[in-house]
Design a protein around this ligand. Structure first.
Ligand SMILES: Nc1nc2c(ncn2[C@@H]2O[C@H](COP(=O)(O)OP(=O)(O)OP(=O)(O)O)[C@@H](O)[C@H]2O)c(=O)[nH]1
Ligand SMILES: [Zn+2]
Length: 189
């Protein structure tokens, strides 16, 4: 990421909105924003595929493995305003192939820390899980608030947008899907 370029651009924006980038409160702001973009868009500096994981082996396949209520923060690619919420990620292992549990929230961060839309975060989490583990099934659901719908534009506070992606047994087996939905607090029927 080119921090110097971001700093200059932020200075330009401050001038364009009629602010004085030289006034005391704003003097360090371009550098702070550049640093902040480095954090919230951290994935742009990483490889395109998630690679921070280890695959382990258990003798017997468990059923569903679910990490739920994973907090995430992202920036919408339309307005560069935050959207944030929680993600539920479940899979059913194949051939005893499992991954370290902490790697699932790491994967969520990896996918979220770039300009995006909620739908893509949802499908990308599922796609990366599939690539890494080839599990029997994957279920991902996200619930999020979008600042671009709250503090501007339509200006509706407290709306939650729900997105989901079901693959494999979560698609073909209603019981599995309902176990996921029950456990994550959503009910399909
Ligand atoms: N599908 C989807 N849309 C999103 C997401 N985040 C923001 N948006 C929407 O992206 C759209 C961008 O639409 P535009 O019509 O180009 O932008 P706009 O005129 O600023 O839209 P308004 O927000 O309605 O004022 C808006 O409808 C946003 O609500 C997201 O994660 N997924
Ligand atoms: Zn937006």
């Amino acid at each position: 990421m080119d921090e110097k370029k971001i700093e200059n651009a932020v200075k330009e924006i401050l001038m364009a909105i009629g602010e004085d980038p030289a006034r005391e409160g704003l003097m360090e702001t371009p550098a702070r924003v550049a640093k902040m973009y480095g954090e919230v868009f951290a994935s742009l500096d990483e490889s395109p595929e998630f690679d921070d994981y280890k695959v382990f082996h258990v003798e017997e396949d468990p059923g569903m493995v679910l990490v739920q209520q994973i907090p995430f923060y992202s920036m919408c690619e339309h307005h560069l305003l935050p959207f944030f919420g929680t993600a539920n990620v479940a899979y059913v292992p194949r051939d005893g192939q499992i991954m370290g549990l902490s790697k699932i929230p790491r994967l969520v961060d990896f996918v979220a820390k770039r300009p995006g839309v909620q739908e893509r975060i949802t499908t990308q989490i599922a796609a990366q899980m599939k690539r890494i583990l080839q599990p029997k099934g994957i279920a991902v659901s996200l619930s999020a608030r979008h600042m671009c719908m709250e503090m501007r534009g339509i200006s509706k506070s407290g709306l939650f947008t729900y997105t989901s992606k079901f693959d494999g047994v979560f698609k073909s087996d209603v019981e599995m899907r309902n176990e996921f939905l029950r456990q994550t607090g959503n009910h399909s029927e």
